[in-house]
Design a protein around this ligand. Structure first.
Ligand code: ARG
Length: 465
């Protein structure tokens, strides 16, 4: 086995031989955790200021640490920072560079902390920033749905159960169902943010530290709601990342359902909608094709997000207190979940308000599918028939219509009366699609009046966020 030339300086004292070159590569995380550099520096600045306030560092030492860290951040941003695998992770890379720059004072930064509370702080800060971006994208998507729903408050389409035509609904009502799903997702995200927003800094390796640190100060500097309460828990649990991934899985599941509907609706068979060309691709062999790639990919990406949730749950399962190196494996699934969710939301938020609905095709599909059959049954109930008998009567009328290839509204009064003498001329009002949706006029119903109210309330709700 080959050996690296030098022992890692951060713990050289205890070791009699350098770490194996392969092991150095196997245990290193800098290839991916360098993504945390901004949060790592922010955490170090807060820690250093606290050390100076409590007299552990002098003001002169603080100034040179602050100066050094600011320069390092700039070097990273400018692409002038060389990351070293031998230095394992983002934390030791930055600390080693600081010591190179400012000398012995750099070595004092790590007083009263450990990489264990450092990384726990960094991921929380990083995820909190990402949550805020995702919350904005989610809000933008919800607003886009409202925009499209508003245009289609009284556009009639078939509502489905079992993907069979069930009852007429309005397209606006259908879109508002998506809005509701996403609104609960937003609630889950906000809830996750609230719980993660505690500072683990000061938990040190696992038991706390003997230095007179001020955890409230560092928590405040980093905009946390306060310090965490137990040092062992602080450095070890990644439940906040699991919660985020659970939120992400449910969100992606919702987006996959909407995707599936968009894909169906855009097909020649449904022809309910037209997706803007800029969100579709063609086929290299079939000139007529316009493929709904964006919703298909969002549907497909749900798989990897669900996988990452399982990865994190399995990573955490059975881990004894406190920190274990297993936790280094939390980052890649979390990063990829964030990237996937951000991209998927962006694609949806751009695409949804640009959708064109084919109202005539939607209406025709609702008309063809005997979607007002329940309305006829309800009509007969209002005339005194028990619901089960009414159901039977309408069933026979539908069977007749299927044979004749005619909708209920296209039958004559005489024909309808052969199924029940209770049917009179006013029946045609309930057999129209407009009459059917307008009649479902209560909170949560599909009547245009209700959908309009739901949209107005949703607008107010979003503007208060
Ligand atoms: N790179 C490590 C991680 O991501 C940092 C913490 C390492 N702590 C340790 N005791 N080895 O978890």
């Amino acid at each position: 086995m080959s050996k690296t030339k030098e022992t890692n300086q951060s713990w050289g004292g205890r070791f009699s031989e350098p770490v194996d070159a392969f092991v150095a590569r196997f245990t290193a995380s800098v290839g991916f955790d360098q993504r945390l550099y901004r949060q790592d520096i922010r955490g170090s600045l807060a820690h250093a200021r606290m050390l100076a306030r409590t007299g552990i560092l002098s003001d002169r030492e603080l100034n040179s640490i602050v100066q050094g860290l600011i320069e390092i951040e700039k070097a990273i941003e400018d692409g002038d920072f060389v990351w070293s695998e031998a230095l394992e992770d983002v934390h030791m890379n930055i600390e080693a560079r600081l010591t190179d720059k400012i000398g012995i004072t750099g070595k004092k930064l790590h007083t009263g902390r450990s990489r264990n509370d450092q990384v726990a702080t960094d991921i929380r800060l990083w995820l909190r920033d990402e949550i805020d971006v995702i919350a904005d994208e989610l809000t933008r998507l919800q607003a886009g749905i409202l925009e499209l729903a508003e245009k289609h408050v009284d556009t009639i389409m078939p509502g489905f159960t079992h993907l069979q035509t069930a009852q007429p609904v309005t397209f606006g009502h259908h879109l508002m169902a998506w809005y509701e799903m996403l609104d609960r997702d937003f609630g889950r995200l906000a809830d996750c943010r609230k719980r993660l927003n505690r500072s683990p800094l000061g938990a040190a390796a696992l038991a706390g530290t003997t230095y007179p640190i001020d955890r409230h100060f560092t928590a405040g500097e980093l905009d946390f709601d306060g310090p965490t309460r137990n040092s062992l828990d602080s450095v070890s649990d990644r439940d906040f990342a699991i919660e985020f991934c659970a939120f992400a899985s449910v969100l992606m599941t919702h987006l996959s359902r909407a995707s599936e509907e968009l894909i169906l609706w855009a097909s020649a068979q449904f022809n309910f909608i037209d997706l803007p060309d800029r969100f579709c691709t063609g086929s290299s062999i079939m000139p007529q094709k316009k493929n709904p790639d964006v919703p298909e990919l969002v549907r497909g990406k749900t798989g990897r997000v669900n996988g990452h949730l399982i990865a994190l749950l399995t990573l955490m399962k059975s881990q004894p207190l406190a920190y274990n190196k297993d936790n280094q494996e939390d980052k890649e699934p979390l990063f990829d979940t964030v990237d996937t969710v951000r991209d998927s939301l962006r694609a949806f938020a751009d695409m949804i308000p640009a959708i064109q609905a084919n109202k005539a095709a939607m209406r025709e599909a609702a008309r063809r599918g005997f979607s007002t059959a329940t309305d006829l049954a309800d009509y007969l109930v209002r005339r005194g028939l028990p619901f089960r008998d009414a159901h039977e009567v309408v069933g026979s009328a539908v069977a007749f219509g299927v044979k004749q290839q005619r909708d209920l509204a296209e039958m004559s009064l005489d024909e309808l009366q052969t199924f029940s003498p209770q049917i009179e001329a006013d029946v045609f009002e309930v057999l129209t699609l407009e009459g059917s949706v307008a009649a479902r006029n209560h909170i949560g119903g599909t009547a245009p009046e209700q959908v309009r109210t739901a949209i107005t309330e949703a607008r107010e709700h979003l503007s208060g966020r």
